[in-house]
Design a protein. Structure first.
Length: 312
């Protein structure tokens, strides 16, 4: 890609990291589908990395070591090595991944985040077009979550491309996330980076406003935890049918109409619009970058040629 190849060795290594727990029951076609997805992700990352390089935005050694130390902090040396082994990674592999992730984040901050502006008129227009949604017919709770599941979902695309592969990895991952949050890391950023909920991870785990009555259908432990939390507080780890959750109560809202002058309404709208623009700009930026890159996906080409579907 742009004269810099992505090797089959890299593909196989990434496959083992993501699907280390799979058994022999996985079909050849399923393996190929997974590898196609991985190749696409590796290509996208390489495109972004080369852009970061070109703009002199590569993470420096101190950035990498700081993040490495932060990730290692919740564990003993033995536990940390066990975590790496469960993901078929070495410390050098992790450092290389962190360098890529941090460099791409610096690129996004410069090329996307710094260009997002939400005006007062944007906020007013959104409010006026959605006024009914700010009229609460019953008390509601604004919630966010981080979800980790023991069964990887191909539709999940968090910023780290990080998915637990089994029960053991899910437990270890949610424990590490809890430790990050207890140290004061931003809940939304952690959710974007690690949550495995396809619907909420891109929005920082934001579940929106949940009517109190809907909690009646939730499992008893979850409802009990949510009702006990105050705004700004974070729950412990909650086991549910889907996996492991950590919840944050952002605010509690009594019934009635919320006015535009309410600072919480304005902040909610600004966050919503900013997240929406961020997602749109990132998606468009990826497409433009792909258009500018010279890419030949030999793995995909080989699959098509083996099937005789290339018309040759």
């Amino acid at each position: 890609m742009n004269s810099r190849p992505i090797s089959n060795e890299e593909l196989e290594k990434q496959y083992k990291v993501l699907f280390s727990s799979d058994n022999d029951s996985v079909s050849e076609d399923e393996v190929a589908i997974r590898k196609l997805e991985i190749v696409r992700s590796l290509i996208d990352n390489e495109i972004m990395l080369q852009r970061a390089e070109k703009l002199n935005l590569m993470a420096v050694e101190s950035d990498v070591e700081s993040k490495f130390t932060e990730l290692r902090a919740p564990y003993t040396q033995e536990e940390f090595e066990k975590q790496l082994k469960s993901r078929n990674m070495t410390q050098d592999d992790l450092r290389a991944q962190l360098r890529r992730d941090l460099s791409i984040q610096k690129l996004f901050n410069k090329e996307i985040t710094s260009h997002i502006t939400i005006t007062d008129q944007d906020v007013a227009d959104f409010y006026n077009n959605n006024k009914a949604s700010f009229n609460l017919v019953e008390p509601q709770i604004h919630l966010a979550q981080v979800l980790v599941t023991p069964h990887p979902d191909p539709n999940v695309r968090n910023l780290r491309s990080d998915k637990a592969q089994n029960e053991e990895q899910a437990k270890a991952k949610i424990s590490a996330i809890e430790a990050r949050l207890r140290r004061g890391e931003d809940f939304a950023m952690v959710a974007q980076a690690f949550s495995e909920d396809a619907n909420t991870a891109p929005n920082g785990g934001d579940l929106g406003f949940i009517p109190e009555s809907s909690l009646e259908q939730a499992n008893i432990e979850l409802r009990k935890v949510v009702m006990a939390l105050q705004p700004g507080q974070i729950s412990g780890i909650i086991r549910t049918a889907e996996g492991y959750r950590i919840l944050k109560v952002i605010s509690r809202e009594p019934a009635g109409q919320r006015e535009l002058e309410d600072p919480r309404v304005q902040q909610t709208i600004r966050d919503n619009l900013r997240n929406r623009k961020d997602q749109l700009l990132r998606a468009a930026y990826y497409e433009v970058a792909r258009n500018d890159a010279r890419v030949v996906n030999y793995f995909a080409l080989a699959i098509v040629q083996r099937s005789g579907a290339d018309g040759r």
